[in-house]
Design a protein around this ligand. Structure first.
Ligand code: PHE
Length: 478
């Protein structure tokens, strides 16, 4: 095949690109997932590991992924095939892109369900349901929602439709428009909530919970969750940043964009955590109560504070938008793959994929009610299993292989053209990609092997692949 598949779309400016990438990174991962997994894993020490992973593994992989996308100029499957061919790597690298396309679809299948909760909360807030409500009543409201599969399916459908419609419209008119006004709004309202959090009387306790590490509470399973979350929250390891990078023209700086993305993403997560745990502690709620945490806490704040109806409604609208800008980026790798490699036009591709993903999502809906006793992968419900396989295995594995590619296989001149770091910084960057990131991911995988048999096969495959690729790269370069 001599004809290269190229992305023809492009971002209208560097700022728009950064906003879209931040829009992808900032989503339910920050507002919903980060607080609840932090609560489940005991706070401080978990947060520290997560921050360490963002800095040491996340940012280098993020830069690598953006660079691979821009150099490969196509959807993840084709981009990997392109850069592999141009840099003397194996065609099998296309499989890395495929891992991402699949992971994106799987994540989206539950993402739309959770975003659906936020839409239903937006409507309830608008109707005034949360005015003056106390923690108990919010808890009941939430359980009531989860117990009703039809309602959940309804909202899941609404979000899936939204996503498909925006993606079908394409990069310029769809994705860019949705994002430009949303990010500042989200930050603003988080600051208002932060102001409220300081009045709850539990703000210091919340600060301590998040930032005073107690390592006796840390398990290897928690380390894997923290690492997986670093990938999830930065939208890396599955090709989202690769497609977004493929629409990026040469004169824009990947380093600058990458640092902005990581910074904005981390700030939003920490703010959300601070606010939510202040409410948790002030109301004697359970920090480790799981996926419902955001939905069982914030309405209490809105119920109590002045202007709560307004801020509450606006907040849930923003959660929905933050989720949508991430949702479209989850489906984009698959849509552009259908479009560029299979000749299925964007609009049709979006609808077909949307339908498949919607169907898988029904499993997540049911895992909160009818199927709550049905377990896969050990003690996990359908939702927990999909979350576990994607965030804890597929994304770290994908990110690891991207790091390996950029460090061992990408030609030096291509690398320094895409990621122009000065001498020393470049050596550190390459060292991290070659050794720190892959080994950290593999160590975390293999220590979990003891605790969780489901990982055994994946770990063995990872080790084998790493060995083969490093060997392959050395042979090609010599
Ligand atoms: N980063 C998004 C969030 O935090 C989720 C996401 C993961 C989006 C992977 C795209 C790719 O909500």
């Amino acid at each position: 095949m001599s004809q290269l598949q190229l992305s023809k779309d492009s971002w209208s400016s560097q700022t728009v690109f950064i906003m879209a990438a931040v829009g992808s990174a900032v989503g339910l991962g920050n507002l919903w997932k980060f607080p609840y997994i932090t609560g489940e894993n005991g706070g401080g020490a978990f947060v520290l590991v997560y921050l360490g992973c963002v800095l040491l593994i996340g940012i280098p992989v993020l830069l690598s992924e953006l660079a691979l996308g821009r150099a490969g100029k196509a959807n993840p499957v084709q981009a990997m095939a392109n850069v592999a061919r141009e840099n003397g790597g194996s065609r099998l690298w296309g499989l890395l892109g495929l891992n991402g396309v699949l992971a994106g679809a799987l994540i989206l299948s539950f993402y739309t369900v959770i975003a659906g909760w936020a839409v239903s909360y937006f409507v309830d807030s608008l109707k005034g349901v949360f005015i003056g409500i106390d923690a108990n009543a919010v808890g009941e409201h939430f359980s009531g929602l989860l117990a009703n599969p039809y309602e959940l399916i309804f909202w899941h459908t609404v979000v899936t439709l939204f996503t498909v419609i925006v993606v079908a419209k394409g990069i310029k008119s769809g994705i860019e428009k949705a994002i430009t006004f949303m990010m500042p709004g989200l930050l603003l309202i988080l600051l208002v909530l932060l102001g409220y959090a300081t009045t709850t009387g539990a703000f210091t306790q919340s600060l301590n919970f998040l930032f005073a590490p107690d390592f006796s509470k840390l398990t290897w399973q928690a380390v894997l969750t923290a690492m997986g979350h670093a990938f999830f929250t930065l939208s890396i390891g599955l090709g989202t940043m690769m497609v977004y990078g493929s629409y990026l023209s040469k004169e824009y700086s990947i380093v600058k964009a990458g640092l902005w993305i990581a910074f904005a993403d981390t700030i939003v997560a920490l703010l959300a955590g601070l606010v939510i745990f202040s409410i948790v502690f002030a109301n004697g709620l359970e920090a480790g109560s799981g996926p419902g945490l955001l939905f069982q806490t914030l309405p209490v704040a809105f119920g109590e504070m002045a202007g709560g109806w307004f801020f509450g409604t606006l907040f849930f609208a923003l959660v929905v938008m933050a989720a949508l800008s991430s949702a479209i980026s989850l489906i984009e790798p698959a849509v552009s793959w259908f479009d560029q490699n299979w000749g299925i036009k964007r609009v049709k591709a979006a609808w077909i994929l949307g339908f498949i993903i919607w169907t898988i999502g029904i499993g997540t809906v049911l895992s909160f009610n009818e199927w709550s006793d049905l377990h896969f992968l050990g003690e996990r419900t359908f939702f927990d299993s999909v979350d576990y396989i994607t965030a804890n295995i597929m994304l770290p594995l994908g990110g690891l292989l991207m790091a390996v590619f950029v460090a061992w296989i990408l030609k030096d001149d291509v690398r320094s053209q895409e990621i122009p770091l000065s001498g020393n910084l470049m050596s550190v960057f390459i060292f991290v990609l070659k050794w720190i990131a892959p080994i950290a991911v593999m160590v975390v995988f293999s220590t979990n092997l003891v605790a969780d048999d489901a990982v055994v096969t994946m770990v063995l495959i990872t080790f084998a692949l790493y060995a083969i690729y490093v060997w392959n790269a050395k042979r090609d370069k010599s």
